[in-house]
Design a protein around this ligand. Structure first.
Ligand SMILES: *[C@@H]1O[C@H](CO)[C@@H](O)[C@H](O)[C@H]1NC(C)=O
Ligand SMILES: *[C@@H]1O[C@H](CO)[C@@H](O)[C@H](O)[C@H]1NC(C)=O
Ligand SMILES: *[C@@H]1O[C@H](CO)[C@@H](O)[C@H](O)[C@H]1NC(C)=O
Ligand SMILES: *[C@@H]1O[C@H](CO)[C@@H](O)[C@H](O)[C@H]1NC(C)=O
Ligand SMILES: [Zn+2]
Length: 456
C-alpha cells in the first residue's frame, strides 16, 4: 500500500511537471492580426458590408474601441503590439524626431530605424519568438525594427510611394500569409493595410470614395475567409481585425476660422523645435526661459487646448515620456494645428482627443477560440495585447493591459456577460483557471496509470 502511494505521487509529480507545456504545444492555435489604418468605428454603418455583417454573426464585434491618446498611426499600432502606454514605449509621433538636433524623419523611413522603436518595451513578435514561436510582420508598423538586437523572423516593410489601395495586391498578400501559416508553420502574423486612412485624409470621411474603399475592405475580408478555408486553417487560426484611430472632417473657412498659431506667438522667437501642421496633435519646445510665455500665449488661442507635458491628464499616459518636449497642443475636433500658413490640404485628419467618437476605431475577431455572435462593450485598445498572449498561450511581457477586459469574448472564458471592467491598467498574468484544469487532468491520468501499473 505504501509502495502504491509513493508510485502514485511520483507519477502525479511527473505528469504535473510535463503536462503544461505538452498541452500547450498540442493545442496551440495560430493568430493573425490585421490592421486597416484609420478605420473609424462607424465606417461600416452607411455602406453595404455583407462580409463584415457575417463576421459579427460568426465571431466577436466590439461596439467600438478607444485608441491610446496620441491617435496617430505609429504610436497607436505600437501600443496594440506592446500593450504599453505611449509614454512607456516612447513612439510619440509618426515622425521620428530629435528636439535637440532638429531631426525629423518621415514615417515610412522610420520603419527600419530601430533607435526610434526599441526603447525597452518588447513587442509581441519578440516575446513570442523568445518562447519558441515563429512570427512575421507584413507591413505592420514596428515590425521592421530590431529589439535588443533581435529581428522579427520575417518582416516586410512598406516602401515609400507604394500604392495603398491595390485590391489585387491585397489578395495576393493574404495568399502569401496563408501559406506562411499552412506551409511554413508561422504562429503569429501581423498584417497592415494603409486604407481607409489614405482616402480619409485625401477626400474626407464623408466622401463617397470612403464608402467605395470600405466595400473593397469588405470584399477583402470575404476573400480572407475563403483563403482560410482553402488552406484548411479554419480550426487552427484565430483572427483579429482592428485599426489604430478614426478620422474626422477638417474644419475650414468659411465655416470656421482656422487655427494659425503664429498669429498668437512668434514661433521663431519663442520656440526652438516644433511639430505642427500634422493633424490635431502638436508638440512645441520653448526656448530656454520662455516656457511660461509660450504656454500663456497658446492658452489664448481659441479651439485648441495647450498642456504642459507634466500637467497632462493622467488618462493620456503621455506625461512620463522623455521624448516629448514640454508643451503639447491638441486641437478641438476638426481644428488642425497650422503653424504659420494653411499649407494643409487634408480634408480628413486625426490626432485629436481619444475621447472624441470620431477617433474611435474597430475591433472584430473570429476563429476557434472566439465566441460567436458576441457583441462586446467598448474597451481600450491596450487590452488587445494580453488577449493575443492568451490566444498564443505565451507568457506576456510586462504591459499595461488587462486580460479581464477582453477574455470574456473567448470560448470557455467562463464569463457570459458582456459587461466590461472599466479601465483597470494593472499588469496581468494568465489566469489560474487553465492551471487548475491541467492539475485535475494530470491527477486523473496518474490515477488511471496507477490502476494500469498495479494491475487493478
Ligand atoms: C537587425 O539585425 C540584423 C542582424 O544583426 C541586421 O542584419 C539588420 O540590418 C538589423 N535591422 C535593423 C532594422 O536594424
Ligand atoms: C496591382 O497589383 C497587381 C499584382 O501585384 C499588379 O499586377 C498591378 O500592376 C497593380 N496595379 C496597379 C495599378 O498598380
Ligand atoms: C471656436 O472658438 C470660438 C471662439 O472661442 C467659438 O466661438 C467657437 O464656437 C469655436 N468653434 C467650435 C466649432 O468649437
Ligand atoms: C505600464 O507597465 C509598465 C511595465 O510593467 C510599468 O512600469 C508602468 O508603470 C505601467 N504604467 C502604468 C500607468 O501603470
Ligand atoms: Zn493611422
Amino acid at each position: 500500500m505504501k509502495m502504491r502511494l509513493e508510485l502514485f505521487l511520483v507519477i502525479t509529480a511527473v505528469i504535473c511537471a510535463s503536462s503544461n507545456p505538452l498541452n500547450k504545444a498540442a493545442g496551440r492555435k495560430k493568430l493573425l492580426l490585421i490592421s486597416f489604418d484609420g478605420f473609424r468605428w462607424d465606417y461600416d454603418q452607411d455602406v453595404d458590408t455583407p462580409n463584415l455583417d457575417q463576421l459579427s454573426k460568426d465571431g466577436v464585434k466590439a461596439k467600438y474601441i478607444t485608441p491610446p491618446m496620441l491617435t496617430m498611426t505609429s504610436p497607436s499600432h505600437f501600443t496594440t503590439i506592446t500593450g504599453r502606454w505611449v509614454e512607456d514605449h516612447e513612439v510619440v509621433h509618426n515622425l521620428m524626431f530629435n528636439s535637440e538636433t532638429n531631426l525629423k524623419v518621415p514615417i515610412k523611413q522610420t520603419m527600419t530605424r530601430s533607435e526610434w522603436w526599441d526603447n525597452g518595451a518588447l513587442p509581441l513578435w519578440i516575446t513570442a519568438q523568445n518562447q519558441g514561436l515563429k512570427t512575421a510582420s507584413f507591413y505592420y508598423p514596428g515590425g521592421g525594427a530590431n529589439y535588443s538586437g533581435q529581428a522579427v523572423n520575417r518582416a516586410l516593410v512598406l516602401e515609400y510611394g507604394h500604392p495603398d489601395d491595390n485590391e489585387t495586391e491585397w489578395r495576393e498578400n493574404i495568399d502569401k500569409v496563408m501559406s506562411w501559416f499552412s506551409e511554413e508553420d508561422f504562429h503569429l502574423v501581423t498584417m497592415y493595410y494603409g486604407e481607409p486612412d489614405s482616402v480619409g485624409h485625401a477626400k474626407g470621411p464623408d466622401h463617397p470614395d470612403r464608402k467605395v474603399i470600405i466595400k473593397q475592405i469588405d470584399r477583402t475580408i470575404g476573400y480572407l475567409r475563403e483563403a482560410i478555408e482553402r488552406h484548411h486553417l479554419t480550426d487552427s487560426l484565430n483572427v483579429i481585425i482592428s485599426s489604430d484611430h478614426g478620422m474626422t472632417t477638417v474644419k475650414k473657412r468659411p465655416q470656421v476660422d482656422e487655427v494659425v498659431l503664429n498669429k498668437y506667438l512668434n514661433l521663431l522667437k519663442l520656440t526652438s523645435f516644433e511639430i505642427l501642421d500634422y493633424g490635431g496633435f502638436g508638440i512645441i519646445k520653448p526656448r530656454l526661459g520662455k516656457e511660461q510665455e509660450v504656454f500663456d500665449a497658446l492658452s489664448k488661442v481659441p479651439n485648441i487646448t495647450v498642456y504642459k507635458k507634466n500637467e497632462m491628464p493622467e488618462s493620456f499616459h503621455l506625461a512620463k515620456s522623455e521624448r516629448l518636449p514640454p508643451i503639447i497642443v491638441v486641437g478641438d475636433l476638426g481644428f488642425n494645428l497650422n503653424s504659420r500658413f494653411i499649407v494643409y490640404v487634408n480634408k480628413g485628419d486625426h490626432g485629436f482627443h481619444n475621447g472624441e467618437m470620431d477617433m474611435k476605431t474597430i475591433f472584430r475577431a473570429f476563429g476557434p477560440d472566439f465566441k460567436r455572435n458576441f457583441l462586446s462593450e467598448p474597451f481600450d485598445s491596450i487590452h488587445i495585447y494580453p488577449l493575443m498572449c492568451k490566444l498564443l498561450q505565451i507568457e506576456p511581457a510586462p504591459h499595461n493591459g488587462s486580460l479581464a477586459v477582453t477574455e470574456n469574448m473567448l470560448l470557455n472564458s467562463g464569463g457570459e456577460s458582456t459587461t466590461v471592467v472599466p479601465e483597470p491598467t494593472t499588469t496581468e498574468k494568465p489566469t489560474g483557471g487553465s492551471q487548475t484544469t491541467h492539475l485535475s487532468v494530470a491527477l486523473l491520468l496518474s490515477t488511471l496509470l496507477l490502476f494500469i501499473f498495479t494491475g487493478l
